[in-house]
Write a protein that binds this ligand. Sequence first.
Ligand code: ZN
Length: 195
Amino acid sequence: MKQLLNVARMGNPILRRKAEEVALARIPESEFQDFLDSMILTMHEYEGVGLAAPQVHQSLRVVVLHEEAGIANEGEQPLTVLINPRITVLTKDRSSMWEGCLSVPGLRGKVSRPNRIRLQALDRAGKTIQLELDGFAAIVIQHECDHLDGVLFLDRIENRQELAFEREFERYFRPELETEFEAEGENAAEEEEAS
Ligand code: ZN
């Protein structure tokens, strides 16, 4: 049965631990499948774009992604569950995004990450996922996979002047972003996500 899970917040040592690989035999077990559903329910409840298992007190290499985040495979099927994900960085080019995190509530910070990656993982049926991703999808997946290695987005902020409370972010940084993005003709909504 799926249930709402408690979200671990920064300071909880589980967020700083390297999570363990999921044994293949465990994937089809109903207890594990229920856990995946509970993670998805919890992500929706707290309006995250993604959630990693250590954020719900399980030190396992599992990530769930919001089906509306636009992160999909080549067949346009949304990626919702990543088990034992592995990332290979494919470029030196980087993109910056204002990130947030359900485990670091109330804060936004500007993080720069490589903007093209190869992702290998298993889906909830144990089937291999292998694809190349860029832009927003690449950034969200790197944020989530960082959680599996005990890394928080705050660790990756280069300029601490680009760290703000949500209200101040909305007031002082968001209007600037919207102007920049209008100029570039892109979607400003993608610039701020909690995961
Ligand atoms: Zn996070």
